[in-house]
Design a binder for this molecule. Structure first.
Ligand SMILES: [Zn+2]
Length: 241
């Protein structure tokens, strides 16, 4: 046997070996997972038509209709979203976990009745803290949407915190922006069709305080475009449909 005859198969084997190693080394976890994820979601191709049903405004000026109903599916624990986007959320949570980041859902779909209770409880709390009823209501309505005007009532919004949040905090605060969970979501949420809905810079436009923990499903196509634009949904929606 000549040296050449031994060398060529050895080199071929070596190249194949390195190729396989590189394949596993350089395919990032989340990208690989996302591919699996989207193939499990019917018609999820990242195209505009995929989730057009989810692309609309819900706010004080654009409440849900009084006869609004929604089919629900579980996302994490007892928390549910519209069944058409629940799988996107489950995948997002699973892929974050694969990256070592535990996303803890603390609110998802809320009934109209629950929304009213939350608002009333918060007004009561502010009054206990010394605000008069008018002021308490004004402050509360900046933080908690009126029934029919919350994205949570539509089953399209998730509030996400760290697993140990309540051991360290009494309240949900903007400090969430300093967590690895927020960093992961900032980097990845749009790939699953979610946007951070209430940016710090646009509180006057959204009418809602900065909420780094609140993620709204608008579909992958629009989530990417909205993230790119840096605009709040109110502005983006006016000029993009
Ligand atoms: Zn929320």
């Amino acid at each position: 046997m000549t040296v050449k005859k031994i060398m060529i198969p050895t080199i071929v084997m070596y190249v194949l070996y390195i190729g396989v190693l590189l394949l596993f080394r350089f395919v990032p976890n989340s990208a690989a997972n996302l591919k699996t994820a989207l193939s499990n979601i019917p018609e999820a191709t990242g195209q505009r038509a995929d989730n057009l049903w989810a692309y609309y405004l819900i706010n004080r000026e654009n409440p849900l209709s009084a006869d609004f109903t929604v089919g629900l599916d579980y996302v994490q624990g007892d928390f549910m979203l519209d069944e058409r986007c629940a799988e996107y959320a489950r995948r997002m949570i699973a892929d974050a976990a694969a990256d070592g980041v535990q996303l803890t859902v603390v609110s998802a779909y809320r009934s109209i009745q629950k929304q009213q209770e939350n608002l009333d409880n918060y007004i009561q709390r502010l009054m206990r803290e010394g605000h008069n009823s008018k002021e308490a209501r004004r402050l509360a309505e900046k933080e908690i949407a009126l029934p029919y005007t919350s994205e949570h009532n539509a089953g399209l919004a998730l509030d996400i915190l760290t697993p140990d949040w309540w051991e360290r905090h009494d309240d949900i605060t903007a400090e969430f922006e300093f967590t690895p969970q927020f960093a992961w979501l900032s980097e990845n949420a749009h790939k699953y069709g979610f946007i951070m809905r209430y940016p710090r810079e646009y509180q006057d436009v959204t009418g809602i305080v900065y909420e780094p923990w609140h993620y709204r499903f608008v579909g992958v196509y629009y989530a990417e475009k909205i993230k790119e634009s840096g605009l709040p949904l109110e502005y983006f929606y006016k000029t993009n449909f």
